[in-house]
Design a protein around this ligand. Structure first.
Ligand SMILES: [Zn+2]
Length: 692
């Protein structure tokens, strides 16, 4: 399709046109199809190039549930009859009476000493490639998995969670999604992945109360026998790790999905297993796919879902649960395959091989989740702060004594104490996140009493009028804390001022982010880069992608920033990614946090030479009032200020006297006097472009 008229007509139909792509000279609209919009689509021709109803159950790779000889049920029975490593059990029955089959691969029986790992497919009937992958996984594990690995785990595979709907897609409607419940209004189907009893129906965005829609959640939590079967399985064999395969998008999602901004207390563990956009766990080898990897992130980066499997498994059983949205693939007329992944054994095998390493990773990790975090190199072992300000999110082992309060030191040196509260919505099996309501213009340091954990926000705050030295983007009054945020609506780059991180170790980048995007348009994204040499050279530190409709904290590990004098970051919006950031700065967990900026007996400056619009002068704390003076090299006093104890920092904005005019580039002398001691420091100002 092409042309402005077509785009307008798509918009009138309620589609969000996420972009336009030119392929072989023709323009194609890229539309974002959520289940809500899809259920309202007047025709399915827009998502697929094939008819809605297949002719017969005669596919090459894809097999229906019931087909004699080669169907899923018959195939599993045949495998179990000939291979002692494959045991098939029914964990319940569907509405139409089909068995919900769970396959145990490896040693017979369920030994409590062996951690359970679960793989599941086809909650959604039309997502055939997910069942094909699950069947290949059963076969591969039985034939090729290392005996030492299988012998130490109880690995289960449920290849068809929704057998009635799956069968219906072969006989009647290729794009049927739900189960085959006859609803009271004459429509059919409950969405099995909106029926779980966690956050069930908390809003009508992540599921629907309307029976005819594709995301109908059912009349009550766990109303469906398919849901009850999975719940009974978890009660009998609680999985340590689980992967639920869906199609399509090329994502590895983890809790939570029910509300934007919610992150799991086990975030470091989830991230250690999924990797990041820069070092992803799953590569996409399908030719022409829109991305070369599966983007990892919380479920709401795709769209909100409630009553969904991974939220439920994590919240109720502490299962480290993932939703893998298999590849979007390409190409039907230059667009992705979508739900209609080709009946092509080479392509399906590629999807399987792309996903096998992650499957093996989670099987191995189920033996020792803590080691999985430590070995990844992506995240330090907990406890750690996910955010310092304006909320402090502190992850702790369940076994770690909980702190009673958090102490903070503000940018002007004052100390304050805020009580912390357990947030009951963040409840994993191993960690608890603490949340406070710290209110301060700038927060420099936090300590959790009673645990010895310390962290410090070392630099910038975020877009407030006093924050100097930033370039690019605009100040947006819709800030995280009611103040300002840095914001852009187009391809543009925000560059931070330089920060001196000498003597700082265990450095990470602290920020809160808010963005509009879609995982269906992966070229729209934000890239965070770091420079340790004042901005001469840059390297990628993180990627922000998908939909972030509310503020949430992002912790970016920056081991390469430790000890660097010329540290700065920049934020690059690509393809008009709409992006805002706030509460941004370098932070550290190092034991040196809370040390004064100045070493004993020395006055210290935050940056020398000064390239930004301000410099922080600090000195060994005294008991009396401190006098700070700035002299020119010919001896004239240009600026002075007094600072009350116990504050031992002064922010000089390079102005003369108390006016607004800034000093010219050149050499200056800083003199600090406190308690009869005098500190002197030479300072060079080399601001690009000189004074305004
Ligand atoms: Zn699905």
């Amino acid at each position: 399709m092409s042309g402005r008229a077509t785009l307008d007509s798509l918009a009138r139909l309620g589609f969000e046109v996420a972009g336009v792509r030119e392929i072989n000279g023709a323009l194609y609209a890229v539309i974002v199809v959520s289940p809500e919009t899809e259920s309202a689509m007047p025709t399915r021709a827009l998502t697929s190039a094939v008819p809605a109803t297949p002719a017969a159950d005669t596919f090459h790779v894809y097999q229906s549930f019931d087909k004699s000889g080669s169907g899923i049920r018959a195939t599993l029975a045949a495998w179990a009859a000939t291979d002692p490593a494959i045991q098939v059990d029914s964990i319940g029955a569907s509405i139409e009476g089909r068995p919900i089959l769970a396959v145990k691969v490896g040693l017979a029986g369920d030994d409590p000493a062996r951690p359970n790992v679960l793989f599941m497919a086809t909650h959604h009937a039309r997502e055939w490639v997910s069942t094909a992958i699950a069947m290949k996984l059963i076969r591969w594990l039985a034939d090729s998995a290392p005996a030492a690995l299988l012998g130490a785990r109880d690995v289960w595979v449920i290849p068809v969670e929704n057998p009635d709907g799956y069968q219906y897609t072969f006989t009647t409607d290729r794009f049927w999604r739900k189960n085959r419940r006859l609803n009271g209004d004459g429509t059919h189907g409950v969405d099995p992945n909106r029926n779980y009893p966690a956050f069930w129906g908390v809003d009508d965005l992540g599921s629907s109360p309307t029976p005819g829609t594709d995301i109908y959640r059912g009349t009550s939590p766990a109303s469906e026998p398919e849901t009850q079967a999975v719940m009974a399985f978890h009660a009998a064999h609680p999985p340590v790790v689980a992967v639920s395969y869906h199609a399509f998008s090329g994502l590895v999602l983890f809790p939570y999905g029910y509300r934007a901004g919610e992150l799991p207390p086990d975030l470091p563990l989830y991230q250690a297993l999924t990797g990041t956009d820069l070092a992803p766990a799953v590569h996409d080898g399908v030719p022409g796919s829109t991305l070369t990897y599966y983007h990892p992130g919380p479920g709401w980066e795709l769209y909100a879902t409630n009553g969904e499997y991974t939220d439920w498994a994590y919240r109720v059983h502490g299962t480290i649960a993932f939703t893998t949205e298999l590849t979007s693939g390409c190409c039907v007329n230059g667009l992705y395959y979508g739900f209609d992944f080709p009946d092509d054994s080479v392509l399906v095998d590629q999807v399987f091989r792309d996903n096998l390493p992650f499957a093996l990773t989670v099987i191995a990790a189920a033996g020792d989740l803590r080691r999985a975090v430590g070995a990844s190199g992506l995240a330090p072992a907990p406890p750690r702060f996910e955010s310092l300000w304006p909320d402090a999110w502190l992850g702790l082992d369940a076994a770690t004594p909980r702190p009673l309060s958090l102490t903070l030191r503000s940018g002007t040196g004052g100390a304050g104490v805020r009580s912390a509260q357990t947030d009951s919505l963040r409840r994993g099996t191993t960690r608890t996140v603490w949340r406070t309501d710290l209110q301060a213009d700038t927060v420099r340091a936090l300590r959790a009493d009673g645990t010895g954990i310390a962290a410090e926000l070392l630099s910038f705050a975020g877009a407030e009028p006093l924050d100097a030295g930033w370039t690019g983007w605009t100040r947006d009054s819709a800030g995280l804390t009611g103040g300002f945020a840095w914001s852009t609506t187009r391809s543009d780059t925000l560059v931070s001022p330089v920060v001196d991180l000498r003597s700082r170790t265990a450095v990470w980048l602290h920020l809160w982010t808010h963005h509009r995007g879609a995982t269906f348009t992966p070229e729209q994204r934000g890239v965070i880069q770091f420079s340790g040499d004042w901005g001469v050279t840059w390297s990628d530190a993180a990627v922000i992608a998908g939909n972030g409709p509310t503020w949430y904290p992002q912790r970016v590990e920056l081991p390469q920033a430790a000890g660097r004098r010329g540290a700065r970051v920049r934020f690059i919006s690509q393809h008009d990614f709409q992006w805002s950031i706030d509460a941004v700065g370098f932070a550290t967990d190092s034991p040196a946090a809370f040390l004064l900026l100045a070493a004993p007996g020395v006055a210290e400056v935050s940056e020398n030479p000064v390239r930004g619009d301000q410099v922080v002068i600090s000195w060994p704390a005294g008991t009396g009032t401190t006098r700070v003076a700035i002299y020119g090299f010919t001896g004239e006093r240009l600026h002075q200020a007094t600072v009350a104890a116990p504050t031992n920092e002064y922010v000089w904005d390079l102005t003369l006297g108390g006016g607004t005019r800034r000093v010219v580039n050149g050499a200056y002398i800083v003199v600090v006097e406190v308690d009869g001691r005098r500190y002197r420091r030479r300072l060079f100002v080399t601001r690009p472009g000189g004074p305004p």
